[in-house]
Design a protein. Structure first.
Length: 270
């Protein structure tokens, strides 16, 4: 069970009375998109429709419905000065009391959302690999840490998948289209093999390799001469990763920079 699925399970178990709050229409600039949903109990919430006054109004209405046993309701909310927001858009929210039948559908909703999350593969469980796994564990991504050394897979955050393999290139071949590959192993030769495999796919959302401009040049020479690569494929490689503006090389800082970079390349929702 994933962390989000476990949180949902615990919330449902602790909440006999619930209301579903879901955005059914969004026009203009809005905090969240259509189909965003949350659950409201008399004392708690699971999820968010964007926070702020919009969510405050929806939660208050949902709790009224729970207390008064009102089956359904609808809110049409202009996001303007009258509610203390200046988005300028308009949101329609559908609310419904949760019966036993509806309650059973929420685990499947979470499963579908997680199945369609972008995939990120981290190759290498060193200091930066673990720092990046920690950063990505907080995001709606399916992140997998791949290592040839089993001991380096210990201590990863909850929700991060792990694969121990002597042939990490096979993980690249089996990945879904639009996956991201971040290569930061302990061995430059292994880095090169993994990157070459990722570039050969032609459908990766992101291919990044930790290292300097010199390492990138060395890879280019090897890739074009010995690996059958092309300049067009090579041009897709991001190296150094995380940009060059910030010079701080501490693992946590690199992880923050790479996380921001990944989010620019990965398929986005909404």
């Amino acid at each position: 069970m994933t962390p989000q699925a476990r949180q949902l399970h615990d919330f449902l178990a602790a909440s006999p009375g619930l209301a579903l709050v879901e955005i059914s229409e969004a026009k203009g600039s809005t905090p969240r998109e259509v189909a965003t949903w949350m659950l409201v109990s008399p004392t708690g919430i699971f999820g968010t429709i964007g926070g702020g006054q919009l969510e405050f109004m929806a939660v208050a209405r949902a709790r009224e419905m729970i207390a008064q046993r009102i089956g359904t309701a609808k809110l049409d909310v202009p996001l303007g000065p009258e509610i203390g927001q200046c988005c300028g858009g308009r949101v329609t929210i559908d609310l419904a009391l949760v019966d036993d039948e509806l309650r059973q559908t929420f685990p499947a909703r979470i499963a579908v959302e997680e199945e369609t999350q972008p995939n990120v593969f981290l190759f290498g469980g060193g200091h930066v690999g673990h720092a990046l796994a920690n950063a990505l564990s907080l995001l709606p991504l399916t992140t997998t840490l791949v290592e040839t050394r089993p001991e380096e897979l210990e201590g990863v955050p909850e929700g991060i998948r792990t694969i121990g393999t002597a042939v990490p290139e096979e993980v690249v071949r089996d990945a879904r289209p639009d996956s991201a590959f971040v290569v930061l192993t302990h061995d430059h030769s292994l880095d090169f093999l993994i990157v070459a495999e990722a570039l050969a796919r032609g459908d990766a959302a992101y291919v990044g390799m930790i290292g300097s401009k010199t390492k990138k040049a060395t890879f280019r020479s090897w890739y074009l001469r010995e690996a059958g690569g092309t300049e067009e494929r090579f041009s897709r490689l991001i190296c150094p990763i995380g940009g060059t503006e910030v010079k701080d090389k501490r693992p946590a800082v690199i992880a923050a920079l790479v996380t921001a970079e990944l989010l620019r390349y990965l398929p986005s929702r909404g």
